[in-house]
Every structure is written in C-alpha cells, then in structure tokens.
Ligand binder design. Structure first.
Ligand SMILES: [Zn+2]
Length: 507
C-alpha cells in the first residue's frame, strides 16, 4: 500500500481574547516540552526505547498516580493538572528533539575522534541543546472535539484554567478519502491557524515498466518553459500516439511582473547605497515576488495534474531540470532568469506531489536536445519566429520547422512530444535488454521512478522513510546525463517503427 499525506491549513475566526489563550497554551506546551527535554537529558537511556516505552518511562519518572506516589522529577512542579493528552503531545515533541540532538552529538563526537586519531586540529563546535522552545501546540485527540466543516472545539489553557472554546474554521475543507491526524495551532503574524495533517492510503501504482506493457496506459509528457507557455502537456498512449495537448500560458505575465519588481529593488538599492552583509532589503517587494512565484507554481502544477487525471494518464513525464544558463545584462534580467528557473523546479516538485495524491507516478528523462529534435523523424529542427527566415536555430522562438520531414507546428509542443517519446524509448530499450538477458537484476524503473516526498504526518517515524526530493533529484540528474547518448541511439532505432500522429492544434 502506498501513502500520500499533506497538511491542510485553515484560518480560524475567534473572539479577540482567544488569541491570548492560544499564546498561553503554546507557552505552556513549550514549557512542558522543555521540562521533558531536561528529564531525557538526565535519563539518556530513555532514547534507546521505542516511542511507546519511552513515553511510559517518562510518565513514571514525572507523573504521580496511585501506584506511583513519588515520581523522581514531578511535572506538577511546572504546572498542576495538565491534561494527559497535552502532556503526551509535549513528551513526543521533546523526544523528537532529544533524538535529533543525540544523533547530531554522536556524529560530532565521531568526527572529533577521527580528527584526533589523525592528529588533526578539530575546531568544530559541539552542537548545543535548544535554548528556547517555540513549537506549535499539537492537539492530540482529547484536546479537540466535535470537528465539522466550519467549527471545532479546542481545549485551551487560559493562563488560569483549562477551558473548551469553539472556533470558526475558514478556507478549505478536509478532502474526501483522507484520514485526519492531530491538528496544531500555528501562529502567522498576529493570527492563529489550524494545521491538520491528513493521509490517504491507496494501492501502490505499478512501476513505469510494468505499466507500459499495457497498450491502454497513457502518459502525460510535460515540457516546462521559462517564457510564454509555462507548460505544454501532451497525452500519449503506450504506442506513441498523441491523444491530447494542453498549453498552460501565463509565463509572459509572471516574467513581466517579476522583472518590474526586481527593477524596483535594484533602483532602491542604488539609492540607499551598499548593503550591510546578510541584511535583507526591500522585504515587501521580495515577499511580493515570492508569493506570485509560489502561487503560479501551485496553479500550473495543479492544472498539469488535473489535465493528466482527466485523460486517464497514470504516468507524468518531465525532463531533468538541466543547469541554469547564466544571463547577461541588467540585474533585473539576470535575477529574473534565476527566479524563473527556480519556479520551473517548483512546478515540477509540486506536480510530482499532487500527482502522487492522484495515484499518478512521475518520471524524468534526459533533457538533451529535447527542444531541438523533431518529434516525427528525430532529425534536428530549425526554430524561428515570424520575423526570421525558416532556418537556423534561434532559441526561444515559437515555430519549429523540420527540414527532413517538413514538420511544422509549435516548438514547445514538439518538445513535450519528444519528452514522452523518450520515456517510451527507454521502456522499449529496457524490454529488449530484458529479453536478451532475462536474469538482469537491475530494473530500469526501480532506478528511475521518482518516489513521492510528500508532507509527513507524524514527527518521527515517517520522516525517516520518505526520501528527500533533493537527493532523488541529484541522483536522477547524474544518471540522466550519463545515459543521454545511449538513449538517443536506442530511440532512433525503435521509434521508426511507431507511427507517430502529429495533429497540429486540432486537439
Ligand atoms: Zn522531422
């Protein structure tokens, strides 16, 4: 079974005095967590236990019951009558931090010993335990109840007593088919929000190689761009026929907006003179740029996944991101190119995670010449715009012309088709290899399929399991470059046998 998790963030509406209670609850939560962190430091053996056993041990150490009348380090010294579920949430927060601290300390000691053994100077400072605690309060079952689409009851510490309060929930509702985890109270500026982790379990989708053995399998190939068409998606079946195309526009508008803000920042900087190092200037303008980039990345990725799901595609294909090509010119131009490149990366990241929630897997292919190759005959194409002649390759121009087969159309759509064909070619190559050497232990798909990095639901267990996107990406890029040559050679050989339909703009 596969899992997909994410966090739903809801704005809360409440009478003004509740804000002070949210703060008081959070202060108490951190006080209790800090207390347990101390207890764990005094009884380090606790860390070798499982979470459940550690919890029991810590409660015996601190919590008075009929059987356990004199705990060693009573929690009551901090605050009396703390609800047990509040205490447990704080214990888990403390355990998480203590585990992290203990591993960092162990690693540091290891490095120190190594340096000493080699008689090298070791100047790295030891890690320090958290000096201040500023965790958001996690509410375990028992600290909240009667949750509906619009309301929830929360048990808060008012500073003098525990009290149930009802708050109004705004914005998105919990989607169907998800299990909800423990919500937390998160402060954003002066307002308080409710963050709820949710998780969905579904049958793991088959690997790319397994899926492509079926003719009915559909893939959605996506070409991401920095300019006009932010994304062009094509739906192709396992035999290579194109079934649908979608252009997602808006690149010009975002670029224009961003460039304008960056120009403003540059002008402000030239007015105020040299900046102090590490000081963030023009905070509001940067925030504006960031918000627009984020929002566009979310919108575009959502539309890609929506399009793929609508057409029943079960695999999403992108090309590897490639390197950022440095730009010449003004600050606003250089910076804009950099941010556009980052946004491309974010669109991929978000699309991958959103696709995973729909049970769609994501794969990536080599980016080598995807925009220079003809999707019909795989010769090199010319790219031009209305102003130029139909020869030569002018990067970024919208119109392709293939001198070998006469293909014309849209350059971004052509690139998207090539990306999809590359995945199919890889599969064909894999099958061929597999038939010749049936004992080959290395499955192509196992190396390449992207695992989802989704948001994790609990603080300790799951985070260790889910692979980091960064690592996956780095690994992927290395492989992608290494195999670029073979892939091209293999593809030309096999794709000649596939009739490729090229319907221009008629879909
Ligand atoms: Zn051609």
């Amino acid at each position: 079974m596969a899992k997909a998790s994410k966090t739903i963030k809801q704005t809360m509406q409440y009478p003004q005095q509740y804000a002070a209670w949210f703060s008081a609850t959070q202060r108490l939560f951190n006080q209790v967590a800090a207390f347990y962190f101390e207890v764990i430091q005094a009884h380090e053996k606790v860390l070798s236990l499982s979470s459940q056993k550690a919890l029991n041990a810590l409660e015996t150490l601190t919590h008075a019951t009929d059987q356990n009348t004199h705990p060693v380090m009573p929690l009551d010294a901090i605050a009396p009558n703390i609800p047990s579920m509040f205490r447990r949430a704080a214990i888990h927060a403390a355990l998480g931090s203590a585990r992290l601290f203990s591993t960092t300390l162990k690693k540091w000691r290891g490095r120190k010993e190594k340096a000493e053994a080699r008689k090298k100077r070791f100047t790295e400072r030891p890690p320090v335990p958290p000096r201040t605690w500023n965790r958001s309060t996690t509410l375990y079952a028992g600290q909240w109840k009667e949750r509906t689409e619009t309301h929830i009851l929360l048990k808060l510490w008012t500073g003098s007593c525990w009290s149930w309060v009802k708050v109004h929930l705004l914005s998105r509702d919990i989607p169907d088919g998800y299990e909800i985890g423990s919500p937390s109270l998160v402060r954003h500026g002066s307002g308080w929000h409710l963050h709820t982790p949710i998780e969905k379990t579904f049958t793991s989708p088959a690997k790319v190689v397994e899926q492509l053995t079926t003719r009915e399998t559909r893939i959605c190939a996506v070409d991401l761009n920095l300019d006009h068409h932010l994304a062009v998606c094509t739906i192709q079946n396992a035999e290579g026929s194109t079934l649908a195309t979608k252009f997602i526009r808006g690149g010009k508008a975002v670029n224009g907006f961003r460039k304008k803000q960056l120009g403003r920042i540059a002008r402000n900087r030239s007015k105020t003179g040299i900046l102090a190092e590490g000081q963030q200037d023009n905070t509001a303008l940067w925030a504006k740029i960031r918000h627009v980039d984020e929002q566009v990345a979310h919108l575009v990725s959502a539309r890609i996944v929506q399009f793929a799901a609508q057409h029943g595609a079960s695999i999403l294909v992108f090309e590897h991101l490639g390197n950022l090509t440095p730009q010449k010119g003004k600050y606003s131009r250089r910076s804009n190119a950099k941010r556009a490149y980052w946004m491309k990366g974010r669109i991929f990241k978000y699309a991958k995670y959103k696709a995973w929630h729909e049970g769609i897997i994501t794969s990536r292919v080599s980016p080598r010449n995807t925009s220079k190759e003809c999707a019909r005959c795989h010769g090199l194409i010319a790219r031009y715009d209305a102003k130029h002649a139909t020869e030569g390759y002018t990067p970024g121009t919208p119109l392709p012309f293939c001198p070998h087969c006469g293909m014309r159309g849209n350059a971004d759509r052509n690139a998207s088709l090539v990306i999809g064909q590359r995945l199919l070619a890889r599969f064909q190559k894999h099958q061929k290899k597999h038939q010749e050497k049936p004992s080959t232990p290395r499955l192509l798909a196992a190396e390449r399929d992207e695992k989802p990095s989704g948001v994790t639901i609990s603080h300790d267990a799951n985070s260790a399991k889910s692979p980091s996107t960064k690592r996956a990406r780095r690994r992927g890029i290395g492989k992608g470059h290494g195999t670029a040559h073979e892939e091209r050679a293999g593809m030309v050989a096999h794709l000649g046998s596939i009739p490729t339909q090229l319907r221009l703009f008629s879909e």
